[in-house]
Design a protein around this ligand. Structure first.
Ligand SMILES: C[S@@+](CC[C@H](N)C(=O)[O-])C[C@H]1O[C@@H](n2cnc3c(N)ncnc32)[C@H](O)[C@@H]1O
Length: 271
């Protein structure tokens, strides 16, 4: 189990959709378009890492404008089952592969692949893991699109004096081991950009911040509860956390809260 539930992934999907960076996506799509021409227009195969229920595929497919077969790599059996159901429901040509990526992206997963994507995943991995991914994709000559990498910024409107304690706790929590060694957390995007540039890639990047809508009460409830839990795990004062959370949940219930979270997208394109 990864700790990411289908309910959480479903609640965040609309905010993810609004946040994804159109310029970065267009750079990736244009590169894929050039690849398609060299393949006599046969469908391309895109591998998505840490696919969850398939949100990357659902978000990206309508913008690609070309035939794509998807290979979704995920290790959580419950999410794999959901991803298969949703892909069938939506008529995607998708193979959902049970794969533990903690030791890297194995050769088999890359067989026949034309591009690699991921969403909300890079902040979980370690520096060594990411460097190895860049080397692996360079050897295979593959482009990479990483969306929605958490960058450490987060805020709530209206503000509260305890917000900064929660934000710092959340950023620290992001650095814990998520199965890949010490996670890069908020440093992941900058590390990925440097690592792919070192391999000779052209990197196009930009912001993909979440801005929750006041009426997204399920999403914001799960969000502030998750932040409070992270603050508890990093040893912040229990009473202050409880008071902060009670206030935030009341504001969510009244549709008076707007959460913002900093993310970044990155397309790494081989020359
Ligand atoms: C924040 S979720 C993002 C899911 C999906 N990409 C999305 O945008 O909705 C991170 C995903 O990475 C998966 N994951 C975590 N560790 C993994 C591992 N070792 N191997 C494969 N997948 C993993 C989780 O199960 C989860 O689905």
């Amino acid at each position: 189990m990864s700790g990411f539930t289908g309910d959480w992934l479903a609640a965040r999907e609309p905010a993810d959709l609004r946040a994804r960076n159109a310029d970065v996506r267009a750079a990736f799509r244009d590169h894929l378009g050039e690849t398609l021409q060299t393949r006599a227009n046969r469908p391309l195969t895109v591998l998505d890492l840490g696919a969850g229920t398939g949100a990357t595929m659902r978000a990206l497919a309508p913008h690609l404008g070309m035939p794509v077969r998807w290979r979704l790599a995920e290790h959580d059996p419950a999410l794999i089952a959901l991803a298969r159901d949703l892909a069938r429901r939506d008529g995607f040509e998708a193979e959902v592969v049970e794969a533990d990526l903690s030791q890297g992206v194995s050769g088999g997963l890359l067989d026949g692949v034309d591009a690699v994507t991921t969403s909300a995943f890079l902040d979980l991995v370690s520096a060594d893991w990411l460097d190895e991914l860049a080397r692996t994709l360079r050897r295979a000559g593959l482009p990479f699109l990483a969306m929605l990498t958490y960058d450490g910024r987060q805020s709530l409107d209206p503000e509260h004096p305890f917000d900064e304690t929660v934000r710092a706790a959340m950023a620290a929590h992001q650095g814990g081991d998520k199965g890949f060694g010490a996670a890069l957390g908020p440093a992941a995007h900058a590390h990925a950009a440097a690592s792919f540039r070192m391999q000779g890639y052209r990197v196009v990047d930009g912001l993909s911040d979440w801005r929750a809508l006041p009426e997204e009460t399920v999403f914001q409830t799960l969000l502030v509860e998750g932040w409070a839990q992270a603050a508890r795990e990093t040893g912040a004062g229990a009473d202050e956390i409880d008071n902060w959370l009670a206030l935030r949940l009341a504001q969510v219930a009244d549709a008076r809260l707007v959460a913002r979270v900093g993310h970044r997208d990155l397309a790494a394109l081989p020359g």
